[in-house]
Design a protein around this ligand. Sequence first.
Ligand code: IMP
Ligand code: MG
Length: 181
Amino acid sequence: MMPELASGIEKVLFTQEQIEQRIGEVAAEISERYKDKNLKLIGVLKGSVFFLAELARRIRVPVKIDFLAISSFSNKSGAPGLVRIAKDLDDSIEGEDVLLIEDIVDTGFTLRYLLQTLSSRGPNSLAVCTFLDRNSRRIVQVPVEYRCFEIPDRFVIGFGLDYNQLYRNLNYVAVLKPDRE
Ligand code: IMP
Ligand code: MG
């Protein structure tokens, strides 16, 4: 059954059923790869929270969970890609098998910064799992081991992703109407 659409939405890209099905598949792959490891999921606030919660429930090996928050900004000439940590992890990741959980990888600037920062802290391994991937807009190449869905070059919202902090709580992923993009 199609969900009742929130206002401003052009079309649904992935329904709740499709999302749950796909997260289950990815969780099975992760459970296989990380058996006998010290898996720690690191969520990037706030967008990844919904994805992380669903994924973690489906993973069949013990997991620890931690979060960090980042803020992105442009420099004076307007160039994108500057990122800093606004809230750091609570705990060390030394010796742990870290899986960084992202809502979406777009240009790749955010992920490159996070991978550089986290790899300097001595994890046993470091890999990336993203809910959405917009590979067509990638500017810096970053390794992405797990992705749920590849998406077209449109701004999307729902299942954690926001537009001006709204829409995160939709249980589907949708494209906004062009006048809202
Ligand atoms: P990147 O550094 O360009 O890869 O930026 C990725 C970040 O931009 C994501 O973590 C999101 O917070 C945000 N973002 C990129 N595309 C979208 C979108 O379509 N909807 C909502 N947020 C987005
Ligand atoms: Mg984000």
